[in-house]
Ligand binder design. Structure first.
Ligand code: M6R
Length: 614
């Protein structure tokens, strides 16, 4: 959840590249930010609670210009409140080493007790500081940082991406290690870098080495050596990253969320168009993925995901069951991994994840694999752990998603689910070619309908509706069938960024209890599409309206719009694809409400973009 950064350079200039690196990984956690710099053999630490701007305010102009090495951190607090003291980097008692850490040392209390008994005084309440203190003690034996790191790693239990610096016997040292949370390294002729994600190194190079669990990397200007925890060299491939440094900029938009919402026409095109084969009425996934011989062996699908990605997975259930006639279960990854799931022969576990680093999703898919499932993944970040561990991959091409509230990644996941369901239906022979052609033709043309939804008049209309509802007492989002998960997603988006109470419900469930909450202060957002449940949704709106609720109808079903009074008209499409279009006005509605309420849209309180702890 935290962002970590490290750099070692022949020509100094470290501070600037650390701060720039922190700026792009800050979306991973923003409770505090800090840097540790080694200059003239001594480490200086600057750290501040709150956003990166707070740290920048205490960085002296022109300081550390000749420093060859440094590390930086943006924090999402797990142990110890978010304050200056608990901010990273942490140092050991003698100040000879500094570390940054993402993850959790599960045995930190035990280690803290042992170290305290040895006379070590702790400066913070964090679990991370035990690593700084352990390294400090090891380094008193005049060993190298990499050796000290390996010894210390044998004493800790838990999960970590770690970076550490010290002045070694032969010069400045920068070492990192990984078990669990993501970490990658990269080098140029004059420098070497480490970061929690590719965005952190992209300004310097597009060639990266993804570290694996159990790796320790030693970074020097112009080279990187990777070993295991015992010091044995290991080979790691250099991968080329497709993203460009500019992809992660705001590009003139006030918020990443708004920018990312507006990228959806292009994202849909990148994710779907090249894979659609209209002549054959089929889909081709590059790299020989999801071919007939694999899919014909799939008898059951188990979707594993969290948050927004889970909602995309719920839509995938409707699609796969409807088009490929294969039973699909959808589980919260965090629940699946701690029960006794049954994996029957022919199970395909389908992980869905934007980051590909979500700890619960990784844990659940690893369990499914152990129990005999084949693992497939719909993932956005190429090179992510989820991608590397899957047997079959379908990459969404949403590009970097920086806004904590997922938008373009969701519609890309739904588009990918459509492709997969069609592919499965064709491979299994359950989807007639003409029906497949009709779905793919509509998907092919969806881009212009998304563009229409993002046009100024529609945006202004949604903005006006947001003004009406920004002070509502609470919200119910209702949907049925393939649009039920859209209701869940609409509610999640609103609560995430506006902190308003919002619940998503299967519309038919209202009368079984929640309808008791309806009164004139409640806004009921009802999501609809023409199709077999359209009239049912309309009567659900009538039920809430007759109890005094204020209804807002989103979709393309005129009957529902008429009953509701207020509406957002969405271009018509086939029911299977309606979630993609219906989601977009809900994203804008949440965005405008959050903006009107003065919320921090891209960095909502208590959240972080990539949830790499349980
Ligand atoms: O990276 P992932 O897709 O695995 O992330 C899963 C969730 O943490 C994520 O979708 C979260 O719910 C978003 N903040 C929702 O906007």
């Amino acid at each position: 959840m935290c962002g970590i950064i490290g750099a070692i350079r022949r020509d100094g200039g470290i501070l600037n590249s650390l701060v720039e690196g922190l700026r792009v990984v800050e979306y991973r956690g923003y409770d505090s930010a800090g840097v540790a710099i080694l200059e003239d053999g001594a480490i200086a630490v600057r750290k501040k609670q709150g956003r990166l701007e707070n740290l920048e305010a205490v960085l002296e102009d022109g300081a550390f210009d000749n420093a060859p090495v440094g590390i930086g951190h943006t924090r999402w607090a797990t142990h110890g409140e978010p304050n200056d003291r608990n901010a990273h980097p942490h140092q050991g008692a003698t100040g000879r080493v500094a570390i940054v850490h993402n993850g959790i040392f599960e045995n930190y209390l035990e280690l803290r007790e042992q170290l305290t008994a040895q006379g070590v005084k702790f400066a913070s309440e964090t679990d991370s500081e035990v690593m700084a203190q352990l390294l400090d003690l090891e380094l008193q034996e005049n060993i190298s940082l990499q050796d000290a790191m390996r010894r210390a790693l044998h004493r800790v239990e838990g999960y970590y991406a770690l970076g550490a610096i010290c002045q070694g016997p032969e010069g400045p040292e920068l070492v990192c290690a990984r078990k669990g949370p993501p970490l990658l390294v990269a080098f140029t002729p004059d420098a070497a870098y480490l970061a929690s994600d590719v965005l952190g190194v992209l300004p310097h190079t597009d060639k990266v080495i993804y570290l694996e669990d159990g790796d320790v990397a030693i970074l020097k200007p112009g080279s990187i050596e990777v070993t295991d925890f015992e010091g044995q060299p290991v080979e790691r491939e250099i991968s080329k990253v497709d993203w460009k440094p500019g992809d992660s900029g705001l590009g003139g938009w006030p918020h990443y969320m708004l920018k990312e919402i507006h990228e959806q026409p292009d994202v849909l095109a990148r994710t779907a168009l090249d894979r659609i084969d209209l002549e054959r009425g089929d889909v081709t996934i590059e790299g020989g993925q999801f071919e007939d011989d694999f899919l014909q062996g799939v008898e059951r699908v188990q979707v594993l995901a969290c948050g927004t990605a889970l909602h995309a997975g719920m839509i995938a259930k409707y699609l796969i069951e409807g088009l490929a006639k294969v039973p699909v279960d959808v589980d919260f990854a965090s629940e699946y991994r701690y029960r006794d799931p049954i994996v029957v022969p022919g199970t395909m576990a389908l992980a869905i994840s934007q980051s590909g680093e979500t700890a619960d999703t990784l844990g659940a898919t690893r369990l499914a694999k152990e129990l005999g499932a084949k693992v497939a993944a719909i993932v956005n970040v190429a090179g992510s752990t989820q991608m590397r561990e899957a047997d079959q991959i379908l990459l969404t091409h949403a590009g970097p998603e920086i806004g904590v509230a997922s938008t373009k990644a969701f519609t890309a996941q739904v588009a990918a689910a459509v492709l997969l369901a069609v592919r499965m239906g064709r491979a299994k022979g359950t989807l007639p070619v003409e029906e497949a052609k009709a779905i793919l033709t509509e998907l092919n043309g969806l881009r212009t309908k998304i563009e229409h939804l993002l046009s100024e008049p529609i945006r202004d209309h949604i903005h006006d509706l947001a003004k009406i509802h920004a002070r509502a007492k609470g919200f119910f989002f209702l949907g049925r069938g393939v649009n039920f998960p859209v209701a869940l997603e609409g509610a999640l988006k609103l609560k995430e960024i506006s902190y308003m109470h919002a619940e998503g419900y299967a519309a038919g469930e209202m009368k079984h209890g929640p309808i008791a909450l309806i009164d004139p202060g409640m806004t009921i957002v009802s999501i609809n599409a023409p199709g077999h449940v359209a009239d049912k949704v309309r009567s659900n709106i009538e039920q809430v309206k007759s109890r005094g609720g204020v209804a807002l109808s989103v979709g393309s079903h005129e009957g529902s719009h008429k009953i509701a009074g207020q509406c957002i008209r969405v271009p018509e499409t086939i029911e299977w694809l309606s979630p993609i279009l219906n989601t977009i006005p809900l994203q804008l509605f949440s965005y405008y409400i959050a903006d009107l309420r003065g919320c921090e849209i891209d960095k909502p309180r208590n959240l972080a973009k990539s949830v790499t702890v349980e």
